[in-house]
Design a protein around this ligand. Structure first.
Ligand SMILES: *Cc1c(COP(=O)(O)O)cnc(C)c1O
Length: 360
């Protein structure tokens, strides 16, 4: 069997070109006589890999000079703790709860200070993004926290919340590099790379310099202090070296594709194919309000759990894998990240049409 169309929410599909390149360099990276996996993270070769990766990411996202880029471990989930530990100077933060990842971040922050859930879409199973134009932001909030693209429920903020001058912190794990962003609107942008960028094991944190201080909560581990990592340029200890190398290749691929403006167009085009089909289907339907639909994660249902299971099974047999919805919500979910070709979405829709005809 060749390569399948992998609709996994993460770890997820990577550009085939990147995988082939990595395969070519597996035994001998650039004449070094060794794999990047076998290389010292302090070597000249590796220095160039990590520095080039950072520069390419800066170019892609147009990251201003007063922001640091950190390549860390521990996944997005570890940042749920690192953020309050580093940023909760007043021990107050406001959280907008738009799904499980935001909720987990909120629950973690509750361990360190007063975390306020200032808005939520839990009342309708997180199928929308609350109106965030005039929220009760706390006067002494150290930051306002959002999960910008909700991987499980398939919603995305189309406008950022009005934080009334407070620092915005965003988990962008599942929309990282899917479209251009204005970095200056955030204090911290972070995400695990295994959704839209690279292999599991790397989390990227983009943080404004004034937020990197020694004034962290007592007991903050050295490793979790942004200052430690920023001062050491992500090389305080051994970084997830091979993962960063693959991320670097994906950054090069994105540049070659034309950058984030082009990716946004491509992603919107792909998402439209699927949503247009869902909107006219008599069998399948999307689960999210139209205005807040994610262009990365597209959940849908038939309304009948047995039929959903049948669809997932038959889809898999036809080469469309990992299309089952998150275990907590059921149904289906097609994650159509940067590396999913348009052809994959078109073929999925063809398959859905046929399934609909056969199961009327
Ligand atoms: C997957 C995901 C996480 C959890 O990531 P880990 O790297 O496994 O900790 C957090 N937030 C969002 C939005 C995600 O999609």
């Amino acid at each position: 069997m060749g390569r399948v169309y992998n609709f996994s929410a993460g770890p997820a599909v990577l550009p085939e070109e990147v995988l082939r390149e990595a395969a070519d360099e597996m035994l001998d990276y650039n004449g070094s006589g060794m794999s990047v996996m076998e290389m010292s993270h302090r070597s000249k070769e590796y220095q160039e890999i990590i520095e080039t990766a950072e520069q390419d990411l800066r170019d892609l996202m147009n990251i201003p000079d007063n922001y640091k880029v950190l390549f860390l471990q521990g996944g997005a989930s570890q940042q749920f703790a690192a953020i309050p530990m580093n940023l909760m100077k007043n021990k107050v933060a406001d959280y907008i709860i738009t799904g499980q990842w935001a909720k987990k971040a909120y629950q973690e922050a509750c361990l360190y200070g007063k975390a306020n859930a200032i808005a939520s879409s839990a009342d309708k199973t997180f199928s929308y993004i609350p109106d965030c134009s005039d929220l009760p932001i706390s006067d002494d909030a150290d930051y306002v926290y959002i999960c910008e693209n909700n991987t499980i429920y398939g919603t995305k903020y189309k406008t950022l919340p009005n934080t009334k001058g407070k620092t915005l912190v965003a988990d962008v794990s599942s929309c990282f590099l899917s479209e251009p962003v204005d970095v200056t609107k955030y204090g911290v942008i972070y995400g695990g790379v295994q959704k839209n960028i690279g292999p599991a094991g790397v989390v990227i944190v983009i943080i404004r310099e004034d937020l990197i201080t020694d004034d962290v909560l007592p007991g903050t581990p050295t490793m979790l202090k942004y200052k430690t990592q920023a001062d050491a340029k992500s090389l305080y200890n051994t970084p997830p070296a091979y993962g960063i190398y693959i991320c670097g290749k994906v950054f090069k691929w994105l540049k070659k594709m034309g950058g984030l403006e082009v990716m946004k167009q491509r992603n919107e085009e792909k998402a439209k194919i699927l949503y247009d089909f869902l909107d006219q289907s008599e069998l399948f339907k999307g689960t999210v309000v139209k205005e807040d639909r994610s262009i990365m994660n597209v959940p849908f249902v038939t309304g009948d759990a047995d039929l959903d299971a049948k669809f997932v099974k038959e889809a898999k047999a036809a080469g469309f894998v990992n299309i089952k919805g998150h275990r907590t919500v059921g149904g289906m979910r097609a994650s159509i990240y940067n590396a999913m070709p348009k052809e994959g979405v078109e073929k999925l829709v063809e398959f859905m049409k046929k399934f609909e005809a056969d199961n009327k």
